[in-house]
Write a protein that binds this ligand. Structure first.
Ligand code: THU
Length: 139
């Protein structure tokens, strides 16, 4: 699965975003090591801190179905009235980067942020979360 295909899933997942407070719709598509793709969207809450980001929605859904190793994630986010080409790249927040760290190899895990399938930036988790704390510290 290439970055464009994964980004297509992420853009599609924006449709399930529940963001009545920020009006900022985010979709994420997580590539698992068995080749499956699990999507998530941001789900806000009237008690604002109870909201969950799209990336963690996808990771929670995948982990809850027994998956444990992830290879890449694509993220697409923008204001609810933006449809075809988004105005910016939705970078993952710090909490989401740390949650990715739990189930991924930082050096090889790819994070794709896109404005469309034709406009994608690519990072590794190690680039976005350097010198990180992870499960290996507790062994
Ligand atoms: N959001 C995400 O879904 N992912 C991120 O990494 C950053 C922010 C969501 C949370 C909230 O619903 C909205 O974007 C505005 O912060």
């Amino acid at each position: 699965m290439d970055s464009r295909e994964l980004m297509r899933y992420a853009i599609g997942a924006r449709a399930n975003s529940y963001a009545p407070y920020s009006h900022y719709n985010v979709g994420a598509a997580l590539l698992c090591d068995d080749g499956t793709v699990v999507c998530g969207s941001n789900i806000e809450n009237a008690s604002y801190p109870a909201s969950i980001c799209a990336e963690r929605s996808a990771i929670s859904a995948a982990a809850s179905s027994g998956k444990r190793r992830f290879l890449a994630i694509a993220i697409a986010g923008g204001a609810e009235d933006e449809k075809d080409v988004l105005s910016g790249y939705a970078m993952p927040c710090g909490i989401c980067r740390q949650v990715m760290r739990e189930f991924a190899d930082p050096k090889s895990f790819k994070i794709y942020v896109g404005r469309s399938v034709d406009d994608i930036k690519e990072f590794t988790l190690a680039e976005l979360l350097p010198e990180s704390f992870g499960p290996d510290h507790l062994k």
